[in-house]
Design a protein around this ligand. Structure first.
Ligand code: TRP
Length: 455
């Protein structure tokens, strides 16, 4: 297939894996995973999450990479090429739309990380010695409309800046250096958290499952989290796969990306929960969780302010490498399908995303009481809509399309030749045809019941 031979490719194998891992590893792992785990009862949620990563995430990750390399297109172009002018292209458009929606609230939290870099440098983080003062710092910050809009803008402009530079120079270069540093600082936090008095009860909250805490809503949240954290269900991995050169091994890369992403989430959990319990805080703090906890841990540590600056810089970079993958999907679509210049695409769509993000940016202050559907702030609404609905629907359609409509026979050669006793190719084919779509469907019915009938 793939006829456009001039397409830009990744500079190296490591470059691709790190860029794709850079897309996957982000706020979803370090900010969202701990707070969603905390709100859903801890270890039992984590186990279900891990199960979904394995039986939904991994097969769909492979499927997206296969579609991307097979077509060398953006998500819309890929479906057009494979399905002609049929309703299947809607899946591609849905993906591009999800990119808009996700980045619009993602950049709000990305903006928080920049704000906390500034606060760490200015010394206001070092001055925090207890969780109450950390909480009031956070709420004063997030309820200030001017700062929220300013930092949101700063984050989007940073993404735009890198995406304009293109794949190899922009997206690829950053990831290579920064990923290893992130690991080091997480280990420092884990070490500190575990040695705090009372830290071990946090460890058992995170690792010792209590299945009585599992509800339909938490199972759904685990599925959504798996899609979100692995950047699946909207064609981000189709787009990144489209820059993948023909001799790269997809199965191999997919394994690395999934393992790296999961590892960072687990490390983030290990870093946060011991500290939560040691400080007698509730794990159910919601979206502010890590901002209530981590600054205090640093505040009580020798050289804490240096670590704190470093931590928030790395968190910002992790968010940035994910943010650029979201913007890259939209950009690739306009370049490939509408023939726009890269620069124009980025400027136009970056601005639209910024405007769309304003209500989310104000959701912790002036718009905190403006509830949609009776319960959700604009920020939460965007998050739920994409994480629980759009991404799983996208992933479901990708699996059904590849497994049943387009046919695996035409694409399976994209996978590495099997060397093992069990055929990994066949295993994948079985999952993508039967297990993943059926599971998403069942969970989706549960979701509809809990969101609409249960109320
Ligand atoms: N996975 C990223 C994170 O964990 C967020 C992200 C980037 C994303 N690209 C995506 C989520 C595409 C869904 C789809 O922070």
């Amino acid at each position: 297939m793939a006829s456009n031979g001039g397409r830009e490719h990744w500079g190296s194998k490591l470059g691709f894996v790190l860029a794709a891992a850079g897309s996957a590893v982000g706020l979803g792992n370090i900010w969202k995973f701990p707070y969603v785990t905390g709100s859903n009862g801890g270890a039992a949620f984590v186990l279900i999450y891990l199960l979904f990563v394995l039986i939904l995430g991994l097969p769909i990750m492979i499927a997206e990479l296969v579609i991307g390399r097979h077509t060398e297109k953006d998500p819309v172009g890929a479906f057009k090429l494979m399905a002609g002018r049929s309703p299947w292209t809607i899946v591609g458009y849905l993906g591009v739309l999800s990119g808009f929606f996700i980045l619009s609230f993602y950049s709000v939290v990305g903006g928080w990380t920049i704000g906390y870099i500034v606060k760490s440098i200015s010394g206001s983080v070092a001055a925090l010695h207890d969780s109450d003062s950390a909480k009031s710092l956070f709420s004063a910050f997030t309820s200030d409309p001017l700062q929220m809009i300013f930092y949101n803008l700063l984050f989007i402009v940073s993404c735009m800046f890198i995406v304009i530079k293109g794949i190899k120079n922009g997206v690829e270069r950053w990831n290579k250096i920064l990923m290893p540093l992130l690991f080091i600082i997480l280990f420092v936090l884990i070490g500190k958290g575990l040695t705090m008095e009372g830290g071990l009860s946090g460890l058992s909250f995170f690792l010792k499952p209590d299945f009585s805490k599992i509800t339909a809503a938490s199972i759904i949240a685990a599925m959504g989290q798996a899609f979100f954290s692995l950047s699946l269900g909207m064609g981000a991995m189709i787009t990144y796969g489209s820059y993948l050169s023909p001799n790269e091994k997809i199965l191999n890369s997919a394994f690395y990306i999934v393992i790296l992403d999961t590892l960072v989430a687990i490390l983030a959990g290990l870093a946060i929960f011991p500290a939560v319990f040691a400080m007698n805080m509730s794990p159910q703090e919601g979206a502010g969780l890590i901002f209530h906890i981590i600054p205090v841990v640093f505040g009580n540590m020798p050289y804490g302010s240096i670590f704190s600056v470093l931590f928030f810089i790395l968190l910002f970079i992790a968010a940035l490498t994910s943010g650029i993958s979201l913007l890259e999907v939209i950009t690739a679509y306009t370049i490939d399908e509408l023939g726009w210049k890269r620069q124009r695409a980025v400027l136009v769509f970056g601005s639209i995303i910024f405007l769309l993000g304003i209500p989310s940016a104000l959701s912790f202050g002036v718009l905190a009481d403006a509830k949609l559907l009776g319960a959700l702030t604009f920020f939460d609404f965007m998050d739920k809509l994409t994480t629980n609905y759009m991404l799983p629907i996208g992933g479901f359609c990708i699996a059904v399309f590849l497994g049943w409509k387009y046919g695996l026979d035409k694409t399976i050669h994209e996978l590495d030749p099997d060397t093992k006793i069990i055929s990994l190719k066949e295993l994948w084919a079985f999952f993508i045809k039967f297990i993943s779509p059926v599971l998403v469907l069942i969970l989706f019915i549960m979701l509809l019941r809990s969101d609409f009938i249960g109320r």
